[in-house]
Design a protein around this ligand. Structure first.
Ligand SMILES: [Zn+2]
Ligand SMILES: [Zn+2]
Length: 154
């Protein structure tokens, strides 16, 4: 943002707030005068309301325009932690799913899935590991090739 633009924004803020305050003051003065002069003839300051309303509206518009950036960043700051909290509260669920997907499993010949650390199938009792005859690596019973040396297994 340029220096000139910042100055314009700052000026707009001052004018906007001043107009807003002056406008509200005019409306209140006109309003009070209107009611206080009931039965005493024409209210002298009632015309202030006609100045006050557009002045308040214009002031409010200028203020909103001048503070738009601040309002936006404030809204962003307000919503960001909420979003982070929501993500955080959801993450244990995601973690469980991620773990379930990423945990290596040993699939037995019977089709049962066993945890990677199991040596025997929890479903049928078959041996889940075999030793590579070439390098001695412990492998899944249904591996076709040794993952370490590439030896074809039977
Ligand atoms: Zn099995
Ligand atoms: Zn091997």
């Amino acid at each position: 943002m340029s220096e000139k633009h910042l100055k314009t924004k700052k000026l707009l803020k001052i004018i906007g707030i001043s107009a807003l305050v002056a406008g509200i003051a005019c409306v209140i003065t006109g309003f009070v005068d209107f009611f206080s002069s009931i039965g005493e003839g024409m209210p002298k300051l009632f015309f202030l309301m006609f100045i006050g309303f557009p002045l308040t509206a214009a002031g409010a518009m200028m203020t909103i325009f001048a503070f738009r950036r601040e309002i936006q960043s404030y809204t962003m700051q307000e919503t960001a932690p909420v979003f982070n909290e929501a993500t955080k509260s959801m993450s244990p669920g995601f973690q469980t799913i991620a773990n379930a997907v990423s945990t290596p499993k040993k699939t037995c010949a019977c089709g049962a899935e066993n945890p990677a650390e199991n040596t025997f199938c929890a479903s049928c009792g078959a041996k889940l590991t075999k030793t590579c005859p070439s390098c001695g690596e412990q492998l899944n019973a249904n591996d076709a090739f040794c993952g370490k040396c590439g030896n074809k297994l039977d």
